[in-house]
Write a new protein. Structure first.
Ligand code: NAD
Ligand code: UDP
Length: 310
């Protein structure tokens, strides 16, 4: 198949491009390099079946493809809040452009949605049937509401135009190729520990997240895309739940760092807890994560060590 991956030069997108090429597909990678970088795909550029197109997903595009994965959108709070209006445009207009293309081509289209659609959840763990608790006017809303609107568009194109859709709700995922300046918690803690800098805990650090290693997630993407039982939304994430203090202590131990924990203000609307219920993914995709947190952290730490030396 010929497959379009928007956001293909980013952390998850570049791993997905690599996986698809490995399966013998042709890949068109579309990215504006806002948070992505050529270094993530430089090893793919000499592959005749790989094509990089520097383009903004907000502007219409035309390619002849069989499948579309829509990942273009900054995912880290500092990056998506940097230009909030651009972020919401990216989610909404990016979805419209992918769906319009899918409609014309009769191609299957996949949306990288997020656990943020659940907001600061009152249901725990979160099931796909939960409608969420999202502030529509806060500093996270450009991301959360943008992704919620994208899901709405996916379902409206599906109902109205018969577009063949798949939606994954991704929970916090980490691994090699995250930027040192990404700003999300796993990369922040690892980079701070390696540099011997203070570990920045926002709030008291009792808030929880569930961390999935990138390789497990990419497997989930491909399984969801290539089965016919469910359109989604399907939660993809690792149900192992940790407080930010637990994460910081684990990172310090694995790095062998003497960095101190310092507490900074908790950002507005920061969800207190998050854990995926992955029953749907288990049932329909026979999928569940296999990489435990410590193992994934070790690989990510090794990546950042090398990246920082370079
Ligand atoms: P990332 O920031 O590394 O990747 C996003 C990519 O999209 C980057 O390469 C960036 O340059 C590109 N991009 C951003 N705006 C664009 C635009 N207007 N036009 C074209 N390209 C654009 O983040 P990631 O973690 O790889 O996330 C990939 C996708 O998965 C995102 O849609 C994100 O919302 C979703 N997601 C990720 C996580 C996670 O924990 N990693 C969790 C939930 C959802
Ligand atoms: N966080 C933290 N220190 C950091 C970065 C993040 O304590 O240096 C916290 C943040 O407040 C949140 C959790 O870690 O409670 C996860 O943050 P991240 O930005 O990785 O993802 P999200 O909040 O979008 O789930």
């Amino acid at each position: 198949m010929r497959v379009l991956v928007t956001g293909g030069a980013g952390f998850l997108g570049s791993h997905l491009c690599e996986r698809l090429l490995g399966e013998g597909h042709e890949v068109v990678c579309l990215d504006n390099l806002f948070t992505g970088r050529k270094a993530n795909i430089v090893h793919l550029l000499s592959n005749p079946y790989f094509e990089f197109v520097r383009h903004d997903v907000i502007d219409p595009f035309k390619f002849e493809v069989d499948q579309i994965y829509n990942l273009a959108c900054p995912a880290s709070p500092p990056h998506y809040q940097y230009n909030a209006i651009k972020t919401i445009k990216t989610s909404v207009m990016g979805a419209i452009n992918c769906l319009g293309l899918a409609k014309r081509l009769k191609a299957r289209v996949f949306q990288a949605s997020t656990s943020e659609v659940y907001g600061d959840p009152h249901q725990h763990p979160q099931q796909e049937s939960y409608w969420g608790n999202v502030n529509p006017i806060g500093i996270r809303s450009c991301y959360d509401e943008g992704k919620r609107c994208a899901e709405t568009l996916f379902f409206d194109y599906h109902r109205q135009n018969g577009v063949d859709i798949r939606i994954a709700r991704i929970f916090n995922t980490y691994g090699p190729r995250m930027l040192a300046s990404d700003g999300r918690v796993v990369s922040n803690f690892i980079v701070q520990a390696l540099r011997g800098e203070d570990i920045t805990i926002y709030g008291d650090g009792s808030q929880t997240r569930s961390f999935c290693f990138y390789s497990d997630l990419i497997e989930g993407f491909v399984r969801l895309m290539n089965q016919d039982a469910v359109t989604g939304p399907v939660n993809l994430g690792n149900p192992g739940e940790f407080t930010m203090i637990e994460l910081a202590e684990t990172v310090l131990r694995l790095v062998g760092s003497k960095s101190k924990l310092v507490h900074l203000d908790l950002p507005a609307d920061d969800p207190k807890q998050r854990q995926p219920d992955i029953s749907l993914a288990k049932k329909h995709l026979a999928w569940e994560p296999s990489v435990p947190l410590e193992e994934g952290l070790k690989e990510t730490i090794a990546y950042f060590r090398k990246d920082m030396e370079a």
